[in-house]
Design a protein around this ligand. Structure first.
Ligand code: NCD
Ligand code: ZN
Ligand code: ZN
Length: 349
């Protein structure tokens, strides 16, 4: 590989992103908007985004934070036991793109999530009819080993769900296991998946290398090397239902470096370099544009972006932190050297 190599690809989108609210939102949205044209915004705020009015108000705050950057947030609805078909159709009408299923207690701000998927069957029926995708945090909850939760979700919940709603579009968010990679690669055309940079770059040793490393802790948790290899094989394959979703999930340094640290890695600022490093490691750079820029819009039935970005193989050092010096945001790989960079940020609108 030549050291000043550049790649030009279609403007990418991020199909799974947390931007929070308030000061954190103002800090992180410009990082995403500098590179991505669109992003699917996760609804797990406190309180969660559970109806069209909340989604629209949240969208306005995100657009304001993007300033003059040409960036479109794609809004999602947080499903609860109380979600009704009416709430779904109002959301669809208001431009909400998808609804998110958090099993209650599975992850950050999921306490208000769904306690039993049967409770939302009428809403899923409505989504199937309206062609509104279901986005799933696919982990069982309760007294199950943390490393087994995703595989068990596929067998116990997802497979029956797909049988009951054969026309529903479903995205398995942030897949982390060989079982999920195999399931998605063999599934029908209405089943897609997103993959984060950290699950392509690291196995579970990263969380415990020389001590407890909280910035590598996210959910679903990093798995064994065999699972990372399966994810790399999937992105290196011709499966066109797998797409970029950073799951960039900012928590302040105090919230991460704590006795009970929050789950989530901050990667929005440097997502392209992280993914490129992973793809290059398995000689799959030729698959990167489809993953970052084609497969997502094709799955969601949206137009592909027409603008381009340039990516350059040139090393640089990632900052140690961003934002408020008293309680900053520490990114994944803080202070480390990255091999790739975005050469030209996109034009302002
Ligand atoms: C996410 C967050 O912090 O909102 N955390 C994470 O570890 N991925 C929630 C999620 O996507 O499950
Ligand atoms: Zn999740
Ligand atoms: Zn997430």
């Amino acid at each position: 590989m030549n050291s000043d190599m550049t790649l030009t690809i279609t403007q990418p989108d991020d199909w799974h992103l947390h931007v929070r609210d308030g000061d954190m939102l103002k800090l992180v949205v410009p990082h995403t908007a500098a590179v991505f044209k669109r992003a699917i915004i996760m609804p797990n705020l406190k309180p969660p985004i559970t109806n069209a009015a909340m989604a629209n108000a949240y969208k306005k705050r995100i657009v304001a934070a993007a300033g003059n950057q040409d960036f479109t947030p794609l809004m999602t609805l947080y499903l609860t036991d109380e979600t009704t078909p009416n709430i779904i159709s109002e959301a669809k009408e208001a431009g909400v793109i998808a609804a998110k299923l958090y099993p209650a207690g599975a992850t950050t701000n999921s306490a208000a999530g769904v306690t039993d998927v049967k409770k939302i069957y009428q809403s899923l029926e409505a989504m199937q009819q309206l062609n509104m995708p279901l986005l799933v945090h696919g982990e069982v909850t309760g007294d199950v080993d943390v490393f087994d939760r995703e595989a068990m979700y596929i067998d116990n919940i997802l497979i029956p769900l797909v049988k009951n709603f054969p026309a529903l579009k479903i995205v398995m968010e942030h897949i982390t296991t060989q079982q999920a990679a195999e399931y998605v690669s063999q599934a029908g055309e209405n089943i897609g998946a997103t993959i984060t940079p950290q699950h392509l770059l690291y196995n579970r040793n990263a969380i415990l290398s020389g001590g407890i490393r909280p910035h590598y802790y996210c959910l679903p948790i990093l798995k064994r090397e065999q699972h990372r290899q399966a994810l790399l094989a999937l992105v290196g394959s011709d499966c066109n239902r797998v797409f970029l979703g950073t799951d960039s999930a900012p928590h302040s340094q105090h919230a991460k470096e704590s006795d009970c640290g929050c789950a989530g890695c901050y990667s929005a600022y440097h997502a392209m370099p992280l993914y490129l490093e992973a793809f290059e490691s398995v000689n799959a750079l030729d698959k990167f544009e489809a993953f970052a820029s084609f497969n997502g819009p094709d799955f969601y039935g949206l137009p592909r972006n027409t603008s381009k970005i340039q990516l350059q193989k040139k090393s640089w050092t990632l900052p140690e932190s961003f934002g408020d010096a008293a309680d900053p945001l520490v990114p994944l790989k803080a202070g480390e050297t990255l091999q790739w960079q975005v050469k030209n940020s996109k034009e302002a609108k």
